[in-house]
Design a protein around this ligand. Structure first.
Ligand SMILES: Nc1ncnc2c1ncn2[C@@H]1O[C@H](COP(=O)(O)OP(=O)(O)OP(=O)(O)O)[C@@H](O)[C@H]1O
Ligand SMILES: [Mg+2]
Length: 501
């Protein structure tokens, strides 16, 4: 891609970018939230048209003005947010993509070919399953198989591991290595430096729409990358403050909750969290974490059992009553649950204002001027990259959408914070900021229920770690790497009830 520039109102998303992808390599694309990575890839995949610059494929000028064109050149992309039709099966979704290209294959043939491809690349999927019943890991495998099915030779993966468990990420890397061995070239976007070091051959770093530099992965260190990305040193080892643990804030007694399929997902969980305490829940995704969080927040009904907040029974209260009682929630899904994508940044920041009263409005009128003022303050303090508070949230970069959610949830003074993957999709500078903010809330006396996929995040923030397995607490452990093995065993269901309570 040569001299690529792309302007949006108020932003230079790509500013004279030159990048090069060689046959059979994995090129990692790195950069802060809003640096322009997705925009650049959207140009290569034909979703956006560059304002200037050109794309050359095998030395020839490529004319790409739609994903359809891109696929003809063998360019395929797995987008940052999935594009599958939930009510269709795996195979039907793939057929849908192929129809676009002018093939009309028989669903039966597609099914067997998907199984074959899945086996070859170690990406197992069930071709006859409806997409809505699948986990995010499975959905992503379908997106990748969709590309492989079309014979794409240049594969763009935009933050593919943000939603995966470490085991799923490992399997994805294996598949990437096979693709490359088969002659494909891969562009891989990630904020996780360990992954970039593991899977890429070369790295190109972007900052504010410009290329900062390109390097051979073997010749650089993680710290070099961090510095290139952020332009300064990043300290991720933030010390936990000494905080006096106070009164009981959250108490859950023998809670049972069903999942969307009507099966028991939380199977009799009891736990408590005190003021100033962070309880980290470790577990493989899909073991009841989501249902637990939603039941505490009131999005999901409790089949039986009790939830108490500051001693008060809230089991059957509405969500708005629970917010008023002081619960904040950072859901795992920022586009479907956490924000209204078409509303402005300001409106998303103050969605709950009728309840939280962050801006003093009267009962009947919203004080728009004050909301704009306060929004600008939050945008500033959370470094949300947006040209204006009036920008629809869906036009922000992935990480900046996450920051809007964090700003809304953490700017009040909740007594309980449910944080589900709070740093998902954030660059390392923003991650550092979120850790500090959560720890400040802890210092202030908030109780925090932390659900995260990665143990290092849980260790860094938690006072105690509970392991969830098949909807039950398998045991507790201290947040100490010395206990990794014990925690791992409990996560896999092969050990019950850790001693260290
Ligand atoms: N359709 C659009 N309209 C207006 N602005 C846009 C649009 N798409 C992207 N932008 C802006 O362009 C900039 C670059 O965004 P981009 O999504 O490329 O960032 P990114 O590097 O992928 O970040 P992240 O790591 O957070 O995903 C951001 O400021 C974003 O708000
Ligand atoms: Mg992006």
């Amino acid at each position: 891609m040569k001299h690529i520039s792309k302007y949006f109102t108020g932003v230079k998303a790509n500013d004279d970018i030159n990048i090069e992808l060689r046959q059979g390599e994995v090129l990692a694309l790195l950069g802060e939230n809003g640096a322009g990575k997705t925009t650049l890839m959207n140009i290569l995949f034909g979703i956006y048209k560059a304002d200037s610059g050109e794309i050359l494929i095998n030395g020839e000028k490529a004319h790409i003005s739609s994903p359809h064109d891109a696929l003809k050149y063998g360019v395929g992309m797995v987008q940052q947010h999935f594009t599958l039709v939930p009510s269709f099966t795996t195979a039907e979704n793939i057929v849908l993509g192929l129809k676009e290209l002018g093939f009309i294959p028989k669903t039966k043939n597609v099914e067997s070919r998907i199984e074959e491809l899945g086996k070859r690349y170690g990406l197992p999927v069930n071709p006859r399953a409806k997409v809505w019943t699948l986990s995010v890991g499975e959905k992503q495998r379908i997106e990748i198989l969709k590309l492989l099915y079309t014979g794409a030779k240049i594969l763009i993966l935009d933050e593919p591991t943000a939603v995966l468990t470490p085991q799923e990420a490992e399997a994805l890397f294996e598949a990437v290595r096979k693709m490359v061995a088969d002659g494909a070239s891969v562009i891989f976007i990630s904020h996780k430096l360990d992954e970039v070091m593991e899977v890429s051959d070369r790295v190109t770093v972007l900052r504010s729409g410009k290329v900062v530099g390109t390097a051979n992965t073997a010749e650089i260190t993680k710290n070099d990358l961090a510095r290139m990305m952020v332009g300064r040193e990043v300290i991720l080892d933030i010390e936990k403050p000494e905080v006096e643990i106070g009164k009981k804030v959250l108490e859950i007694n023998n809670l049972k909750v069903k999942n969307d399929k009507g099966l028991i997902a939380v199977n009799g969980i009891s736990l408590e969290i005190r003021a100033g305490e962070v309880l980290g829940i470790a577990g493989v995704a899909g073991n009841g974490q989501r249902e637990l969080a939603e039941a505490v927040y009131g999005l999901r009904r409790a089949e039986s059992g009790k939830v108490l907040l500051n001693g008060k029974d809230i089991t059957n209260l509405s969500v708005s009553r629970r917010i008023r009682e002081g619960i904040a929630y950072i859901p795992e899904d920022r586009k479907e649950t956490a924000t209204c994508p078409d509303l402005s940044v300001a409106n998303n920041l103050f969605l709950k204002n009728t309840i939280t009263r962050l801006v003093n409005s009267t009962h009947y009128f919203v004080d728009r001027k004050k909301i704009m003022e306060k929004a600008s303050e939050l945008i500033e303090s959370y470094s949300i990259m947006t040209p204006s508070p009036k920008m629809p949230v869906k036009l922000l970069s992935g990480g900046n959408i996450q920051k809007v959610v964090l700003a809304r949830e953490l700017s009040t003074s909740p007594s309980l914070i449910i944080a589900s993957h709070p740093t998902r999709g954030l660059d390392i500078g923003a991650m550092e900021f979120v850790y500090r903010t959560l720890l400040e809330q802890k210092k202030r006396g908030a109780a925090i229920l932390l659900l995260a996929g990665e143990l290092y995040e849980i260790f860094r923030l938690s006072d105690r770690v509970a392991v969830i397995y098949e909807g039950e607490i398998a045991g507790y452990a201290p947040p100490d790497p010395a206990y990794i093995e014990e925690i791992g065993l409990m996560m896999g269901g092969s050990k019950k009830a850790g001693e260290a309570r």
